[in-house]
Write a protein that binds this ligand. Structure first.
Ligand code: ZN
Length: 622
């Protein structure tokens, strides 16, 4: 079936024929020989040394368990100090095992090779993390909302779990886990596991994650976190000063869970809680199962950015339940999730809100396509040995992937497409999948059952072709068209900025207004806009990340102090990189300014953010 399909779709024959699409070039692990099936962690959290110390016990399943003779277990690590490795050679009997660490690779870290007397059922590794662990951010009290207690959080996606646990760091392997975590008393520890709403900050915590997850969903956070419920199965963890605003902003979380269940079947992870992190969190959100990590930058007071919660929640079906087997197929996680996210928004907040978000997202995709090489504009990415999996994190995986599913929905109709998607989730629940798996399922369950609606060539153009296929129908929004009309009237001098009625505008309308300004807008015109709307100093990061680059390009220097303050306060990459980029591309004076601000801001940034900004500024260095 796959071969026939590949021949019919010669455009992506290489994709469909490659037997290795599930192979993960970003891991040293050898899952075809042995897989971790369960992990037991016992860790101490030490804020003084900024380290985690303790041990992990991996339960192993061998492909050929009866084979005799010595065996090898290869794990991923980065910046870990491995102190001792033991193999379980009998009931309760442990024996030391020899190990070697390979040469450090800048992206992959170091291979840990453990020599075993045979195909043992378990190994125990005692280890310590580095203060520079790429997946952990250690924050001093001064950088938290309360200013009183330190805070720690992890970010394991894509390949940072290996910086805090030696393990098979590939999304093609799933395991259950348990953990004992000890912290200073008074701090709360949370994990992507069975957090208890009534937990007390004793400093000694036990967790269990009974559903198998891939390594990138392993997560921990420690801080002065408080809890408030949103519904019997959902609630919010946050530092006290943020908690009530978060509860108000995300009050519709339960309605979103119910809407998703109605479309795609039961929520399979029991509780769904949100953890609101400090503004230095490098992402908008991270879909850690049962406990999404969330940036506070989406708390803007009018719920206009809660699609982020819809997005992280949607991952409970697309990504966490059905997972890309390697980062080459990241669109299977993010394209599906962006699609489900928008369906949730439509259900809970209405079709116009959903349409506005699609118009803004599609504009972002078109912008991204302008600077991406053709081979990176495809959904099924080629293998890039030596590359960084973060490179797959762009609008192609998210928005082009979503658009492909919208295309299928439009052609087959929701009465056919919705059950199709639900079946995809049901049949592949708790499994890791490739683009080939999806194409085979698509052909069997949709194309073959409804012939004549979509051709193989049309599918191929979406999966393996660069840019946007001819079959992409752009989203439209009446409210955003009204914004276009108002902008035009102002630019043509028919109204002043103050004359535009923005009293009911929400984030997407402001974003659309700014994105439609001409490239040669003058500082004088920005002064008028700023006088009317006070965009400089905005607390809304979606507006800030668009407004400040415009002020840089136009030489509107009045915005500089607030711009610098924004860069010092926020560490979410998506919001600050466009501003740094605009500065770096302008003049030498702007580059000097950018480096100065970065120097001040860097101690408050997550290691992931720090590396991204540094790389951007280095690339523009003379
Ligand atoms: Zn996502």
């Amino acid at each position: 079936m796959r071969l026939l399909f590949a021949l019919a779709l010669s455009a992506f024959a290489t994709v469909a024929l490659a037997s290795s699409r599930a192979d993960d070039e970003h891991s040293h692990a050898q899952p075809q020989l042995v897989r971790i099936t369960d992990m037991a962690l016992d860790l101490r959290v030490d804020f003084a040394t900024r380290t985690l110390q303790g041990e992990v016990v991996h339960t192993l399943a061998w492909a050929d368990p009866k084979a005799t003779g010595p065996a090898e277990l290869v794990l991923d690590t980065r910046d870990l100090a491995i102190e001792r490795v033991q193999a379980r050679v009998g009931e309760g009997r442990w024996q030391r095992a020899a190990f070697t660490l390979g040469e450090p690779d800048e992206i992959l870290g170091r291979r840990l090779v453990i020599s075993l007397p045979g195909r043992v059922e378990a190994v125990r590794i005692r280890y310590r993390t580095s203060p520079e662990a790429s997946g952990l951010q250690w924050m001093p009290p001064a950088l938290t909302a309360t200013g009183r207690q330190p805070l720690l959080f992890s970010q394991s996606q894509a390949i940072h779990a290996r910086s805090w646990v030696p393990l098979q760091d590939t999304p093609s392997v799933r395991f259950t886990y348990s953990a004992r975590v000890r912290t200073p008393a008074g701090l709360m520890a949370l994990m992507s596991a069975d957090n208890r709403p009534d937990a007390q900050p004793t400093g000694d915590y036990r967790f269990r994650m009974p559903q198998p997850i891939p390594s990138y969903l392993l997560a921990i956070a420690v801080g002065d976190f408080r809890f408030k419920p949103l519904s019997p199965r959902a609630g919010i963890w946050a530092e006290a000063p943020v908690l009530d605003r978060a509860v108000a902003e995300f009050a519709d979380t339960e309605a979103m869970i119910a809407a998703t269940e109605a479309l795609y079947g039961p929520y399979r992870w029991e509780r769904y809680d949100l953890l609101i992190l400090p503004a230095s969190f490098p992402y908008g959100g991270m879909e850690n199962p049962r406990l999404s990590f969330i940036t506070p930058t989406v708390i803007v007071g009018d719920k206009s950015l809660v699609s982020l919660i819809a997005h992280e929640l949607a991952h409970s079906w697309s990504g966490n339940l059905v997972t890309n087997a390697s980062w080459k197929d990241f669109w299977l996680n993010e394209g599906f999730t962006s699609y489900v996210e928008n369906r949730i928004v439509e259900q809970v907040f209405g079709a116009e809100q959903a349409a506005m978000e699609n118009v803004v997202a599609q504009a972002g995709l078109r912008e991204a396509l302008r600077s991406l090489p053709p081979e990176r504009q495809v959904l099924a990415l080629p293998a890039t040995p030596g590359g960084d999996p973060e490179d797959a994190t762009n609008d192609v995986a998210y928005i082009k992937g979503q658009w492909f599913l919208i295309f299928l929905e439009q052609r087959f109709g929701r009465e056919v497409f919705d059950p199709f998607l639900r079946k995809w989730f049901d049949e592949h629940a708790f499994k890791s999948v490739t683009t080939d798996d999806f194409l085979a399922f698509l052909r069997r369950e949709l194309l073959a059952k409804h012939p004549g609606k979509v051709s193989d060539a049309e599918v191929a153009a979406w999966i393996a072709g660069p840019g946007l296929p001819d079959t992409a129908v752009p989203a439209t929004s009446a409210r955003l068209e009204a914004v276009d009309a108002a902008r035009t009237r102002w630019l043509e001098g028919q109204t002043t900025a103050r004359g535009i009625d923005t009293s009911r505008w929400i984030t997407q309308e402001w974003v659309h207004f700014l994105e439609g300004l001409p490239a040669d807008i003058s500082a004088q015109q920005l002064l008028e806009i700023d006088g009317a709307f006070r965009l400089t100093g905005t607390a809304n990061g979606e507006i800030a990340q668009r407004w400040y680059p415009i002020t840089v390009r136009a030489g509107y220097f009045e915005a500089r102090p607030a711009l610098a303050q924004f860069l010092r306060k926020v560490g979410r990459r998506k919001l600050i990189l466009p501003i740094y980029r605009a500065l770096a591309e302008q003049s030498e004076g702007d580059r000097v300014f950018a480096r100065q601000v970065f120097q001040q801001a860097a101690p408050g940034y997550h290691p992931i953010t720090r590396a991204s900004v540094q790389a951007l500024l280095d690339a523009r260095a003379p």
